[in-house]
Design a protein around this ligand. Structure first.
Ligand SMILES: Cc1ncc(COP(=O)(O)O)c(C=O)c1O
Ligand SMILES: [Zn+2]
Length: 403
């Protein structure tokens, strides 16, 4: 490992970079890798680089094992002139993270976490998740030939279970308080030499930085005014913010965008704490949203997201299930099929536009965090239709004017 350390996001206490336990022993808040203030992007083609190689200066590794990669990152940034004009803003782009190997942004943090685990000599990894992260860790664990523990709650539907099971991890359904499982797994990991790559552990947050790095490159280093991130544990938005900050510290961009933390109103503990002017988040009772992937009632990085965005003029938004489903369809009309959680940013932009918070000169990037094929049950709600006809009627039907 390079000479760097972990730092507590709240009290700034230092910890060694080879520490796996991701929280501060004094204030219990999440740790992060110390910010990089020197670095450059490696030259060469993204066709034969991994994200850990291209942005090696911004990771704490001395050496990167290319074989751990499944080709994560380098996802498209899709512009929509039509939506920008309808929303009355200068530009809107979608960072399409469904193009990752397991169809979500999680693969970036998983590869960084596994690189850290292997560098430190671990042969056992794990995670606690019901969806995207479970699939990601199971796939990368299989590729790296590691013993992989995936802990899920008993209520997980088969539609979500099988895509995890197919990679043959040690898949355990745990009956009990799902929120507590996050902290419990860290203790179990400590006792059993298992590196838990949970949602907001320092190296997963480092992986998410590459979303910001790529946006900078894709926009010729002119960052957008806003980046909208659907937020649950808070790990991804922390990483994206850190990525922009590090590029600015290294002189690669002149400013950082304002971050928008977008939550579902059926589970919005960070948004609620902001609105109620609280210093810390409170557990969200009876969470329920169609955006299951962001339904975490007590996000482990919630306090840090509050601290960070408050300090930097960030924005907090919550959107209803109806608005989320509407946004998922609107996004699909642009050719991008995201899952409900991934449509939350567009729903948030629509909300901010209604409230006149966005203006005609603004540019916005929405992070489409995961693909729609992961959750097809939701499509039943849309009443999607196909036409029916006999072969001899086909020519007449096609000849009609449809628009
Ligand atoms: C599709 C999708 N979007 C957003 C998130 C939220 O990310 P985070 O937990 O890092 O805030 C998740 C997390 O599971 C997710 O799966
Ligand atoms: Zn601390």
């Amino acid at each position: 490992m390079k000479e760097t350390n972990l730092v507590c996001t709240k009290c700034k206490k230092s910890f060694p970079i080879d520490q796996v336990y991701p929280r501060c022993d004094t204030c219990s808040e999440p740790l992060e890798v110390a910010k990089m203030s020197e670095g450059r992007i490696n030259e060469g083609s993204i066709f034969n680089q991994t994200i850990l190689e291209r942005y090696a200066d911004f990771f704490p590794f001395d050496k990167v094992d290319k074989d751990l990669s499944l080709g994560e990152g380098f996802t498209p940034l899709v512009n929509s002139a039509k939506l920008a004009s309808e929303l009355g803003i200068r530009g809107i782009w979608f960072k399409n993270e469904s193009q990752n190997p397991t169809w979500s942004f999680k693969d970036r943090g998983t590869v960084a976490g596994i690189q850290h685990a292997i560098t430190l000599g671990f042969r056992r990894i794990g995670t606690v998740s019901t969806g995207n992260m479970a699939v990601s860790v199971a796939a990368y664990g299989a590729k790296a030939d590691l013993e992989t523990f995936i802990l899920v709650s008993t209520s997980i539907p088969t539609e979500k279970l099988n895509p995890i099971a197919v990679h043959k991890p040690i898949l355990i359904k745990v009956d009990g308080n799902y929120g507590e499982l996050y902290f419990e797994s860290l203790q179990i990991g400590k006792q059993n030499d298992i590196y838990f790559i949970n949602s907001d552990v320092p190296l997963r947050v480092e992986g998410s930085k590459t979303i910001a790095f790529e946006i900078c490159e894709q926009m010729d280093f002119e960052v957008p005014d806003y980046v909208v991130v659907p937020t649950s544990s808070g790990g991804n938005i922390r990483g994206i913010a850190k990525g922009f900050e590090e590029f600015r510290a290294c002189g690669l961009v002149r400013k950082v965008p304002k971050l928008i933390c977008a939550q579902a109103s059926g589970c919005s503990p960070i948004y609620n704490a902001y609105i109620n002017q609280q210093e810390t988040i409170s557990r969200f009772e009876n969470p329920h949203t169609v955006a299951h992937a962001i339904e975490n009632p007590y996000p482990p990085s919630g306090n840090e997201v509050l601290r960070k965005l408050r300090g930097e003029g960030g924005i907090f938004v919550a959107v209803t299930d109806k608005e989320i489903l509407h946004a998922e369809r609107r996004l699909a009309e642009e050719g991008i099929f995201g899952q409900p959680a991934a449509a939350v940013p567009l729903a948030a932009v629509e909300e901010l536009e209604k409230k006149n918070i966005l203006s005609k000169n603004d540019t916005v990037v929405c992070i489409v965090t995961g693909g729609g094929l992961k959750y097809t049950a939701v499509l039943e709600k849309y009443g999607l239709k196909a036409l029916n006809c006999k072969l001899e009627e086909l020519s007449e039907i096609v000849a009609k004017r449809w628009n």
